[in-house]
Design a protein. Structure first.
Length: 166
């Protein structure tokens, strides 16, 4: 009698445990490997409507095989380091000591992981608006949450922080 109750419970626990398994940490990206297209620039990020805007440097790299890497830094602190592959993604927020990862599409809340696709012409996720502005600038915004990301990439060969040179 105990077996009839215990066995289904054990099966249920095993299925739940398997479904909660986290994706292993993705290997570090080596942008000096052949095939990476690297863009650098400046960006302003607001995490939510009432949050302060954070200005910093953005580095975005893509490969023809579908891999992408995005880093947002407010010198000297990296605020976000994210990468995606064809079916896995990972985002680290070092200032919050957090790491998120998963399979399939990333959550819309991690808009940074959608930026490489949007820049190639893909539509942003539902709830997000994409605008191309003058001078090569762009803006990505979620009007419901107030999160916004605006930036530009420097022309190839120009230093990313050319506005800060003295």
């Amino acid at each position: 009698m105990t077996f009839k109750i215990f066995y289904p419970l054990l099966c249920c626990l095993m299925i739940c445990a398997a479904g909660c398994q986290t994706v292993p940490r993705l290997p570090a990206v080596n942008l000096s490997e052949p095939g990476w297209q690297v863009r650098e620039g400046q960006a302003v990020w607001r995490a939510k409507r009432d949050a302060p805007e954070i200005a910093g440097e953005i580095l975005l790299a893509t490969r023809p095989d579908g891999r992408a890497f995005v880093q947002f830094t407010k010198t000297p602190f990296p605020f976000l380091i994210a990468q995606s592959r064809t079916n896995t993604w990972q985002a680290e927020l070092p200032t919050q000591n957090r790491r998120y990862s998963g399979r399939g599409k990333p959550p819309k809340r991690l808009i940074w992981l959608y930026l490489p696709l949007i820049l190639t012409g893909a539509a942003p996720p539902k709830g997000w608006e994409w605008q191309e502005l003058e001078g090569g600038r762009w803006r990505l915004e979620n009007r419901r949450t107030g999160e916004a990301l605006e930036g530009y990439f420097t022309p190839t060969g120009a230093p990313a922080n050319m506005g800060e040179l003295k």
